[in-house]
Design a protein around this ligand. Sequence first.
Ligand SMILES: NC(=O)c1ccc[n+]([C@@H]2O[C@H](COP(=O)([O-])OP(=O)(O)OC[C@H]3O[C@@H](n4cnc5c(N)ncnc54)[C@H](O)[C@@H]3O)[C@@H](O)[C@H]2O)c1
Length: 323
Amino acid sequence: MSGRLTGKVALITGAARGIGRAQAVRFAEEGADIIALDICGPVDTVVVPPSTPEDLDETAQLMVAAGQNVVTEIVDVRDADQLQRAADRGVEAFGGLDIVCATAGITSRGMATELSTAAWQTMLDINLSGVWRTCKVTAPHLIARGSGSITLVSSIAGLRGLLGVAHYTAAKHGVVGLMRSLANDLAPHGIRVNSVHPTNVDTPLIQNAAVAGAFRPDLDREPTRQEFAEAARTMKHARHPLGATGRCRERLPVSGLRGGALHHCGHAARGCGQYTAIAGRRFRKQAGSETRAPCSRTHLWPRSSPNDHSSETRGVRRWEWCA
Ligand SMILES: NC(=O)c1ccc[n+]([C@@H]2O[C@H](COP(=O)([O-])OP(=O)(O)OC[C@H]3O[C@@H](n4cnc5c(N)ncnc54)[C@H](O)[C@@H]3O)[C@@H](O)[C@H]2O)c1
């Protein structure tokens, strides 16, 4: 069956599970071959249960089930040499590269003034510098093709401040700055760079005792899945007590990203359709968690062009008008 990414090759970090695996599955369903990278092990200062080599194998099996080829490598995005070798080997196996998703990421918690130096540095090293390293080692392969798409996975924490995760928020905002500069650097080579900003997505990153507990600090026990879901919906403890209380429509299942952010990644690589010229944009998948505009001039939001059918694109334009 011919898909929208037939003949394309995608490299994805953090592909053993969660959003990275969902990207890999979606792209494979559309006909892409996949270079799937992940650390598959624990990271100091992180209490979220780690992914495993078996998780990465399972991703590979899903690629095969979708009829696509896959190369997997256990790689730490903090190690530039490892990353370079893995990217080069994957590109050699498939003969080129078209799509890059810098998705690997961690979470941990702590008030800004109480974070340990190790927690701060590890966060920045993976969630920001790891994204930069991924771009650095893969960009030459895209340049060699003369086209391509890089998608950096940020977060709603890359659009506004969240409580108790200053290091995560700083890294995810940093990803936006990197994306904007990289979009300019790589535009002459026909390569587009964008960031996606998911809200709470039902993956192991948040579906664990540490994160669920942080969403319900009023309880002296681990919240039930239902209690966590309700807290995630209101984001009550994720913002300043005096701040706005926008409600999150729902916690997105991983598949909830398919219609939007993943769709943009795919179109980006194909270089056709309405997304051909989109670069340097932030695609928000916030499910209503960011319902208030950053300024009061909401009545000045411009109308989208008649050719623009992308709600994400309209959202970005609105944001930029007000920012
Ligand atoms: N789940 C959410 O609610 C949510 C919301 C917004 C943004 N995000 C972002 O989406 C991305 C994916 O998160 P997820 O929810 O799928 O989490 P996840 O924990 O399920 O998956 C993250 C993957 O990244 C890998 N990884 C971590 N450190 C690595 C390293 N140093 N080198 C290589 N791989 C490494 C992990 O092993 C894991 O397989 C992250 O960047 C995260 O910050 C997630």
